[in-house]
Design a protein around this ligand. Sequence first.
Ligand SMILES: [Zn+2]
Length: 151
Amino acid sequence: MAITDKIYVKNHRQLSSQLETNIPKGAFKGATLDVLFQGEGLEKLDDATRDRVLDFSQDFLDCDCDNNPYCGCPERKFIQYLLELRAQGLGPDAIVDVMTDDYMVYAYPGDILSFLDDAVRTLEAAEGLARVDGAAEKRDEIRQSKQELAR
Ligand SMILES: [Zn+2]
C-alpha cells in the first residue's frame, strides 16, 4: 500500500457532518478527492477547516490533467511534500504534526517511518544503478537526496 493510502482526514466525522455528506476517512480516496476537487458544500465548513481544505486542493489537486483528480498527481505531489519535510530535518512525529497543521490530515508516525526507509532504499538502489552506468553526476545527485532523507 502506498503511503498516500495511509493519510487520513482529521476529524473526518465532524467534517462529514459539516458537509452533510459521508466522506471516507482516507484523504486520497476517490470520494474524498471528488468532494475536495468539486468544492461542493465547502461553504458549510467553518473558516479554519475550509482554509485547510482549500490549501490541500490548491497544493495537490491543481494539475491540468483530463482525469484529475485521478491522474496520480495528487499522490505524487503529496509524497514530494513528505520528502521535503524530511529534507528539512523533521522526524516522523513532527511530519505528522506539520501535515495536520497544514492540511488537517494525519498519518501514523510508524507508517511515515517505513515510507522514509523505503525511500532511502529506493535511492540506494538508484545510486547503485547510476554507479554501474558510470553516471557520476546522477549518482552524486541521488546520494545528496539520500543524505537529506537519512539525517
Ligand atoms: Zn494530474
